[in-house]
Write a protein of this length. Sequence first.
Length: 1108
Amino acid sequence: MPKPGKKKGQKSSEAQRVEAPREPEPEPVPEEPQVEEEDEGIGSKRRLRKEKKQAKQETARQAAVALSEITPGRQKSEPPAEVPNPAPVPEEKVEVVEVAEEFEGLGLGSAKKKKPKKKKTDGPSTSASTSQSVAAPTPQPVAAPTPQSVAGPSSQSVTATPRQLGGDGNLQQMPSSVYTQGAPSTHEVLDAPVAGPSKTLTQMKPSSSFSSPPSAFVEQRQAPSGPWGRGRGRPQVKPTVPTSHSTPQFAQSHPVQPQPTSPPQPSSTLQSRPTQQKHGQYSQENVVCRYKIPTKVPGRLVGGRTIAILTNYLEMTFKSLKISRYDVSFNPDRPKKLIPLVFKKVKEKYYPRELLAFDQTKNCYSLRPLQNVPQNERFNTVMEIEDSNGRLIRFEVSFKSTGVVELDKIRRYMTEGGASVLHPTEEVQCIDVILRQGTLESYVKAGRQFFRRPKEPVDLGHGYEMWTGLFQSAIFTNKAFVNIDVAHKGFPKHQSMINAITRDFRLDLSMPIERQRTNEYENFTNFIKGLKVTATMVGASPNAGQKREYICNGLVDPPGKLKFWLNQPDGKQREISVGDYFAKEKGYHIKYPYFNCIWVGPKEKSIYFPVELLEVAYGQPLARQLNESQVSKMVREAATPPDKRLAKIKEVISSMQYSKNREFKQFGLEISDKFYEVKARILDPPLLDIGRGTTVPRRGQWQANQLLKPESLLCWGFVAVETGHNIDFDVVIDTIMSAGKQLGMNISNPTIKRFDVTMMSLSNVLRGAQDQGIRLLFVVVSTKGRDHYHRVKQMAEREVGMLTQCIKEATTRRMNGMTAKNILLKVNSKLMGINQALGDKTLPRCLREGGVMIVGADVTHPSPDQSNVPSIAAVTASIDPKCYMYNIELSVQTPKAKMIVEFEDMMFDHLKVYKERNMNHLPRKIFVFRDGVSEGQFVQVMNSELAAVHAAYQRMAGASRKPEILFLLVQKRHHTRFFNKGDYCQYNVEPGTVVDTDIVHATELDFYLVSHQALKGTARPTRYHAVCNDGKIPDDEVEQLTYYLCHLYSRCMRSVSYPTPTYYAHLACLRARSLTYGQKFNNKDLEKKPERLHVLDKMLKHSRMFFV
């Protein structure tokens, strides 16, 4: 049909053709005819609305037919006909105006880099101006939001349309009756568990015409191809759609075929927890936990005594109030330091009598509903506020109601002993925000910690200083607490850039930085990247003398060499250097013309400053990693004895004035000023087998004249790589041999002695040593080269296959008998010797029967400022009956993956090694200690990694055999501390102190354990939380097992702060960092497939413990 000619204002659009989901043998779907819409007045609009209404009614009718097909007791009807979508309603385009500030000539806002690449921009380039007004670029249209597509299990995509989504675009919560797939018990696994990232099962919101919710799930992960998933040995779980019913039909943009699954199971064992809300928005998406966290298992108390100690918890009471929550948006949302001031002005103007709590970003909580904020609409207002330069900034502020926070949910969680996966996160977040009001508003916020600059901050070097602050958080177990502690963090010094360059980095301003010391050049470059600086305006413009903040991008050429294209009044451009620009255009002569300029501001702009016009901004908590020397100094300064730490916390409590805070009381909170007293037990230490007898550790340490199983070292070598010439290495060798004799090791004279090896020739030296049958090579590495250690390990373990023991050059200068013994403890373990073992008399009952594999797992992530650096996952597993020797498996994965993606394959390889070394037997029990998991990741760990252990074992032994699994989560990043009472408060609590009441979960196996004697400062207890206990091992035995495993660390004769397998997993991650040092990874490729990391097999034949 030919299209008629358009009249003025006429619109035309084509109705979308949408295929509805069909049965396996669908009928041909007829093509929808094209529809022309003509704008001919009111009558045409009425017809259009009528057609839309009819289309919606047809959609509802078809949906009702589909729903009737899944109703029990009814027979299946014919496949439903195609359901067209209603005519799409054009969405209004939203224009966002970005406020851009010109540099007024100084910042070179109109400058272009020399020979720049042409880029498409939404607005015109700005030009230099002497006006004080703010330039507004061309408005940039923002595309309307598209439906949220997620990958289905069969590579078809499922689109959640706006009708299926909630009003705010969030997926709606799935009723518990829809969860039809049963979860395994603590000893049972579903069909084929899946390792890797946990799958998020969500349900789309039904149309308003549905009388009951559909049971169609959306699985947000595409199933790998092949029967085992791309050869990775991972069977896939299909989405949970019952086969006994047909799938309800939705009007969707793509056809979806129903997926077959196993028959429905009771849902009583399933646990689901809502995902955390972001910025006050309700997130109704549920994550289904396929396992049930075990409850406590009472048992006979193991040896020990009971004491009472203090903890840095304050008891709190609260009322079951309903608190209104609001999402507050600001436009513009920068500078961030002005946002609290803007909110304060809004409160004073509109809500002077209301009690509000604001989180300094966008979440607001009110004791009563705000009268001028409608339920489903936004309240908008405009506020003007002056910045530090006296400029008036106009902020558009918008309030939107996002529901009600019911604090009674916390009370029910406490009294009913709710599972950890059902923790009331949003309600706890509300109380945390309330606790921050008042005193903490003047602090600098960094995560959940708050800092302020002390009168005399500690200088950490390289432009940083240490600030002190506090941490506070609401804790809910069977009681309510506020956990409060002191905190320390490194902040960039607030100083001129000139002082930072000359004093902190000792650089010369009279020459370019590239011609100066390499280390300081690299240190200063790393320091300024991402650093916030304040620039001073110069010249004859009205802006002269004002200050503006920028983010540094990096160093560029000196002012004389750095050139750009300057816009002229006639529209032309001319090339000019930065130095000439300041001299001719601004009348300012740069003081240091030979030192590099600093590039700041948006990366698409060319804004350069000479260093004398910049200063480091005050109070910026950068999310970056400090260097080794800075960390070492901060640890020394922050490590305070228990009594001094207790006094500091008391000062914080006094300054907070919890008991006198009127706002807290109005919100129904009452907080005690006294530390909570908790009951604790001190476990007896284990009996250790050592050379020539046994010993019992005292206060976490012991002495062993000889090792339990010392290894001989008859063919070995000693080389020094690029070290100084004033070290007598023969004395070092004699000291090592003498210490080995004392430990029972037979060490002969070295076969190779080379003190003049270069890094270039080291590879040939290693190969030559291997040809001579050298078993282990000592390598002294220079402290001058930062990467020498990494290069030695890469050559030895990935290129040659030689076992090495590195020693720092500085260590050889102070070598003595004790230092040599500590080195030989590692050497003996590398040679597969045994330093000490748990004695049979005090062996925990769960280890006496044998057949146990103890596993440690950890993931190390790069710091936020490290781009294209992958995460390292390491899994260690014991391979001998005494649980002393360990094998490691390494994997390189994307930082986006919080779980160990290759856990199943890594466990499968561990089981293979265990079987080879244990007479073809597999372990009957597997005890896993997983480090680095937060409370919000419990469900992911169980769905992914716990399932991976089951799957790996079944691949090796068959589906009929199931091991007894104990899976403990190890947590060190917390602020819980313990203190002795009375006269002993200056000392740390004794090693073996365990707390499993009051401040831990009421019904689950959850405990704190201090297993070590802190050499300096206050001992940090480690928290353990069991998510699986198939063997129903009593709680006290699990605590004893955990404590005993802290005594098997091969590097020292002391108990360590957490179990040995977890410590080894951490060491394995560090070794993986060395083995991949300098290697480039593409994180996008790692998202598709993580990369396993291996050393040469020839080295593994001689030593599995090469990493200690």
